[in-house]
Design a protein around this ligand. Structure first.
Ligand code: GLN
Length: 456
């Protein structure tokens, strides 16, 4: 049924870069046979899932939305992919994304845009617009995304879906093509909070193949979500409204739905307090130094030898340096080049302390803002994004406008804390989905599911 739905709508939406087709049917048939034979099945056996193309899959091409990886089939599965296969989920295919996950609109994909199912002239968010659009358009009940600065939460918000960025280290990054290694986290996208919890339970937990993976044992996120459905689940929960992430600069209908949601939470017994996070004001600036710095280093591996395409220079000698330059010139898009230049500059001798060093100090101040806030409240909330889905082209030629769209989501990545976006209705002025962001202290991901399920 999901493959039929993809065939019916995806020519127009273009959420998928690759559809597994017969391979998905074969996996489903194998699970059916196991069921018929009375074999023990994984917890989500037979449930289809879409996978962001940043995750390595050994049976499907993996491009990260870039020409430089066109046609590359990895020799191994990302840990999260291996875990979902082991749980019996059925991969439906790979979803579109901004090139190397750089962007907030999926317009930076080398393979064309994905349309927002709510309004096809608008962006589905980014970088994981394909995963969010696929879930929103009923092409898949679940999807995997990656979130470095909001790429799960913001697409979820603008497509009326649920998306979760787990605590840094809570979900393995092994086989997730790196954007900024100190910020990247893989997480679920779904239509309900409970569905994300079920998927989180499958993909989460320690992985010896990821040196930043936490060795903690985690409570069941699904049980936490079920607890949120009980009467009185919000009673006494202290909810902090981040002063710096509300009011000015937010679309009127976004603020309206946010305020209404706070009133509903208060009526359900939550204690709503305003908290200040004074250094959040510098989060976007710090992020857009730290991210390009890490990305410029990570992307050095695309050298025309180890992965993907190779392009020879139009004339002259074929030295490895000239082939590498020609390949990177042809293989990387403009946003990727912009960030490589920014990052290389920020890390260069003489500028390192002024740019990268300062940004790291700001990062510490933001972490302290979170610590101070969580000393007063159980969860922090804000709108997930300043606006609803914007139109194609609206911010494409203005990188700063695109970057500022991430103001709400970036702080959680800089501090490593978990964040969720869930739908809270439509903005009256344009009829488009609005998302609520909930953040919790590091390792308290379960709290997001309880509070999220209670609000939903
Ligand atoms: N919009 C952010 C950026 O362009 C988000 C990236 C992400 O989370 N992968 O960097």
């Amino acid at each position: 049924a999901h493959l039929d739905r993809i065939a019916a709508v995806d020519t127009d939406l273009h959420a998928f870069l690759h559809v597994a087709g017969d391979a998905a049917l074969a996996t489903a048939a194998r699970i059916d046979a196991q069921r018929a034979a009375g074999e023990a099945l994984g917890p989500l056996a037979g449930v289809p899932i879409a996978i962001k193309d940043v995750l390595a899959t050994q049976d499907m091409p993996t491009t990260a939305g870039s020409k430089i990886l066109e046609g590359w089939i990895p020799p191994y599965d990302a840990t999260v992919v291996a875990r979902l296969r082991a749980a019996g989920l059925v991969p439906l295919g790979k979803t579109n994304m901004d090139e190397f996950a750089m962007g907030s609109s999926t317009e930076h994909s080398a393979y064309g845009v994905t349309r927002n199912p709510w309004d096809r002239d608008r962006i589905p968010g980014g970088s994981g617009g394909g995963s969010a659009a696929a879930v929103s358009a009923y092409e898949a009940p679940l999807a995997l995304g990656s979130d470095t600065g909001g790429s799960i939460r913001q697409p979820a918000a603008v497509t009326g879906s649920v998306g979760v960025k787990p605590t840094y280290g809570g979900v393995s990054r092994y086989g997730a093509i790196a954007l900024a290694s100190s910020l990247d986290q893989v997480g679920p996208v779904s239509r309900t909070v409970y569905d994300s919890a079920l998927l989180h339970d499958v993909i989460g937990g320690h992985d010896p193949l990821d040196s930043t993976s936490l060795s903690d044992s985690w409570p069941s996120m699904a049980a936490a979500a079920r607890a949120g459905l009980a009467d009185g689940a919000l009673k006494g929960v202290r909810v902090g409204v981040i002063k710096e992430l509300s009011g000015d600069g937010f679309q009127a209908g976004v603020s309206q739905r946010f305020t209404e949601t706070l009133a509903l939470m208060s009526a359900a017994g939550a204690e709503i307090v305003e908290v200040s996070a004074p250094n959040f004001e510098y989060a976007v600036a710090a992020y857009y130094l730290i991210l390009p710095a890490e990305a410029s280093s990570n992307l050095a591996r695309f050298d025309s030898v180890r992965f993907g395409i190779r392009v020879n220079p139009a004339e002259g000698s074929l030295t490895s340096e000239r082939v590498m330059a020609a390949t990177r010139e042809a293989g990387f898009g403009p946003e990727v080049k912009r960030r490589i230049i920014l990052g290389t500059y920020a890390l260069s001798t003489g500028y390192y302390d002024a740019y990268y060093g300062s940004a790291q100090k700001v990062r510490t101040l933001i972490q302290r803002d979170f610590e101070a806030a969580f000393a007063q409240v159980d969860v922090l909330v804000s709108p997930s994004a300043p606006t609803t889905a914007f139109k194609f082209g609206e911010k494409l030629d203005d990188p700063m406008a695109m970057y500022l769209n991430d103001v709400t989501t970036i702080p959680a990545n800089l501090a490593g804390v978990p964040g969720m976006s869930l739908p809270i209705g439509l903005a009256p002025e344009d009829g488009l989905p609005v998302g609520l962001q909930i953040m919790a202290p590091a390792k308290a991901d379960a709290r997001l599911y309880t509070v999220g399920a209670a609000i939903e």
